[in-house]
Design a protein around this ligand. Structure first.
Ligand code: MLT
Ligand code: MN
Ligand code: ZN
Length: 296
């Protein structure tokens, strides 16, 4: 299985357009230790010919242009893009569907609550449906020859769907396996806590792409967001006794590459000179940049 990390930042990207914090300023100034990041999104392929997106970020146009494997051709409107898998209905993971309207329509697989939200609360299904022939299906156990297992990880609804009464799960993690190579990728960009069953879900994975939104539980106070409000955003911090790094350290997983993605613009790990970045890499966890490629 081939994997391309098209984007590795949380909603808003890095730098965020309306943010003048020291991290965003260092990034804007072009510091090589603080690379820019577009919004979290992956492309995966079994054979290197047919590609599937996992989440569809608002940065999709530039992400597709930057990735040669996803270049169009040989026919004038041929594209290797075959479909989209969604972990949730958040805008940073679904707005990119709008940018795919020129495709003429694609299959989209997602948890039922997500499909419901994209019809009722943020009716993008109807909007893009006027431009092409889209298929919207609950995610099953296989996508184009890849074995897919979902784990419900959170019932956090997007802000725009707060009043929705649809049954969750609203957020899932995916375990994606190439049956030929046995390669396993786990993709979990939104974890409110370390979920029940997650240790088993990641067991034996070659690579786990994990929610790295926040380094600490109170890091958004500088932007006027309380620790309680940050907690309500549904992202377990990296640091602290209940943080994800402690959980990773406690697992015996010598064959697994751990990587943080979906980094928020407040996260000091974005700066490779920071003690927080050193803490993460010294624990053996990677912080890959946009464009990173994996073969599993
Ligand atoms: C999240 O990950 O919590 C959301 O994407 C926040 C947002 O709306 O940007
Ligand atoms: Mn997000
Ligand atoms: Zn910032």
């Amino acid at each position: 299985m081939r994997v391309r990390l098209l984007g590795t930042a949380a909603g808003g990207g890095f730098p965020q357009w309306n943010c003048a914090c020291a991290l965003c300023a260092a990034c804007r100034a072009g510091s090589p230790d603080v690379p820019p990041r577009s919004q979290d999104c992956l492309a995966i392929s079994l054979d290197g010919k047919d590609w599937y997106l996992v989440n569809a970020s608002p940065d999709l146009r530039s992400q597709l242009l930057a990735e040669s494997a996803l270049a169009p051709g040989p026919g004038p409107r041929d594209t290797p893009l075959r479909g989209v898998l969604l972990t949730d209905a958040e805008l940073d993971h679904s707005l990119g569907l709008m940018l795919l309207r020129e495709s003429g329509g694609l299959p989209v697989w997602a948890p039922p609550a997500v499909l419901h939200a994209l019809a009722e609360r943020f009716p993008i299904r109807d909007t893009v449906g006027r431009y092409g022939d889209w298929r919207w299906e609950p995610v099953g156990s296989s996508v184009a020859g890849l074995t897919v297992t979902s784990l419900a990880v959170s019932d956090k609804r997007p802000k725009y769907a707060r009043e929705s009464t649809a049954d969750g799960p609203w957020v899932v993690a995916y375990r994606i396996e190439d049956p030929a190579t046995g390669g396993v990728l786990v993709y979990a960009p939104c974890l409110a806590t370390w979920p029940t069953g997650f240790d088993e879900f990641v067991a034996g994975a070659d690579c786990v792409l994990l929610d790295g939104t926040f380094h600490s539980a109170g890091e958004m106070t500088g932007t006027g967001t309380s620790t309680a409000a940050q907690h309500a955003m549904g992202h377990v911090p990296i640091d602290g006794p209940d943080g994800s790094l402690a959980r990773i350290r406690s697992l015996e997983s010598p064959g697994t590459r751990w990587m943080y993605t979906h980094l928020n613009n407040t996260n000091p790990v974005l700066d490779r000179r920071s003690p927080e970045y050193r803490q993460v890499v010294e624990a053996g966890v990677e912080v890959p940049t946009d464009g990173t490629s994996l073969n599993l």
